[in-house]
Design a protein around this ligand. Structure first.
Ligand code: SAH
Ligand code: SF4
Ligand code: F3S
Length: 469
């Protein structure tokens, strides 16, 4: 971390200390601790941010509440598709009624949606009961923003257009004791023409490898056995650093961490996936056998319009190369239907990729027009056509994944146990290296452990297994 980042981190820790006293005074007046709740929308990046925000709130003395009827409610928003935005306005409507009953309640909004001027304006005009608004670049300032709000009667707004320094080492909580997400980079420079992420998350910035390694080592000492390295395009990791390093090299270094058992990463942009990365994965005992490789669409013509910088043929060649090196790999993808100008022929190319790539699962989306992105200005495909294509895509995806279910039946594989099964308390649920779920008879003390399990029966998206003695 650079010097400015260190100074800012120390400043925030001091603020946390003074703010903590004020929160404690309020709790004494009320005769109970103050509570918080964070609702998180969107991707892994946002979930990771929420853990950092929860870390600050807990340092301040807030105690987690199970729902949004809390003293401090934070919505960490996403704006990747329009329906993500609509959900937030829905929540705000409900929060308004809660605040009427609890006038001490503080409502805060943060995340990607807040980086959009139109959203900010709308909230300032129509949602006056919101107390604090901040964006994606200054989440580490939460305590300072709360303190400012406590000493003023106005809505506190602090949104930065882009990031300054990366501020490390502030408190964070983890949802799971045995697995954790680790940011390796922030922002995105790709500007796919449909996507709003580069506008709301700013330019690509990588963290120093030493900071990443130190964070993971600390997590491992704390009981973490699996990490998920996070970035919008992990394959371009290191490009912004003074001392250049590739993602494959970073993985080699993470692999060396003693006590760490599994490494995952998200997301891989196909254009930057290197031969070196494939080689590192192939030789690794820790890197999981799963790559999320979003294709978006199968038409080379549309891929160019999307600014994805690969063709259908290049993508399929990459899939073949990966499978040749690692036949047991699981591939998953993101697919979008209805990008402006999509013809039936383009759509058939997408179907063709789904038929050829043998994905374990596909995350499918209807294109959503995002104001400010280049594609928003293009002529849109009529809704009925998009809906009909989307349904056909879902049918093909289901048909293709049915062909793949059961392929591991009868095999024995290592499972990381994640928890007691929600349906049956005599069963536990865990994950294979390739990310598929397995349920098997077990006990709570297995959580966080790697256990050899025989995959007795395939059930579509998961297996039922039994422990191998
Ligand atoms: N950085 C990742 C994607 C992050 S957003 C990558 O490039 O692969 C997650 C997914 O949301 C994308 O892969 C895309 O399929 C989808 N998405 C992004 N913008 C969208 C839009 N405007 N409409 C519909 N889906 C979109
Ligand atoms: Fe969006 Fe493309 Fe960046 Fe992914 S790589 S976040 S789809 S601009
Ligand atoms: Fe959404 Fe922001 Fe992630 S827009 S998908 S939460 S980076």
């Amino acid at each position: 971390m650079n010097e400015n980042g260190q100074i800012e981190a120390r400043r925030q820790l001091d603020i946390i200390e003074t703010c903590k006293q004020e929160i404690a005074d309020r709790a004494r007046e009320l005769g109970r601790p103050l509570t918080y709740h964070i609702s998180t929308f969107g991707c892994q990046m946002n979930f990771k941010d929420s853990e950092k925000l929860a870390g600050i709130l807990e340092q301040l003395g807030y105690v987690e509440a199970c729902d949004e009827k809390a003293d401090f409610v934070l919505l960490n928003t996403c704006t990747v598709r329009e329906n993500a935005n609509l959900k937030v306005y829905g929540h705000l409507g409900i929060l308004k009624s809660y605040k009427k009953k609890n006038p001490n309640m503080m409502i805060a909004l943060c995340g990607c949606m807040m980086q959009e001027d139109v959203v900010l304006k709308k909230i300032q005009e129509s949602y006056r009961f919101v107390d604090i608004i901040f964006g994606t670049h200054n989440i580490y300032k939460l305590a300072e923003l709360i303190q400012t709000r406590m000493h003023s009667n106005r809505m506190v707004i602090d949104i930065w257009k882009d990031a300054k320094e990366i501020v490390e080492d502030l408190p964070s909580v983890r949802k799971y004791s045995f697995k954790a997400g680790v940011n390796i980079m922030f922002g995105c420079n790709n500007f796919c023409t449909y996507c709003i992420v580069p506008y709301v998350r700013g330019r690509e910035r990588s963290r120093e490898p030493e900071d990443i390694i130190a964070e993971i080592e600390c997590m491992v000492r704390d009981g973490v056995v699996e990490v998920m390295l996070l970035g919008q395009n992990v394959n371009s990791y290191g490009k912004t650093l003074e001392q250049k390093i590739t993602f494959a090299e970073l993985l080699r270094r993470v692999e060396q961490i003693e006590g760490l058992k599994r490494i995952r990463f998200m997301t891989s942009h196909p254009k930057d996936l290197s031969d070196d990365l494939i080689a590192v994965m192939k030789d690794s005992n820790k890197i999981c056998r799963h790559i999320h490789l979003p294709v978006q669409c199968g038409s080379s013509r549309l891929l160019e319009k999307m600014n994805r910088r690969y063709t259908k043929e290049q993508y399929l060649a990459l899939v073949r190369k990966i499978r040749e090196a690692m036949p047991d790999i699981s591939l998953t993808t993101d697919i979008m239907v209805g990008f402006p100008g999509e013809t039936e022929e383009d759509f058939q190319d997408t179907i063709d990729v789904v038929r050829q790539a043998e994905y374990d699962s596909c995350y499918t989306f209807i294109y959503s027009k995002r104001t400010g992105t280049p594609a928003a200005k293009e002529e849109q495909v009529p809704e009925e056509i998009v809906k009909e294509r989307f349904q056909r895509l879902l049918d093909v995806v289901a048909e293709e994944s049915a062909k793949r279910t059961g392929r591991l039946e009868g095999r024995t594989a290592e499972v990381l146990v994640e928890g007691v099964s929600e349906q049956d308390s005599s069963m536990v649920t865990g994950r294979l290296s390739n990310n598929l779920l397995v349920h098997f008879p077990g006990t709570e003390d297995m959580i966080g452990k790697l256990i050899m399990v025989r995959l007795d029966e395939a059930k579509g998206f998961y297996y039922i297994g039994s422990v191998v003695e």
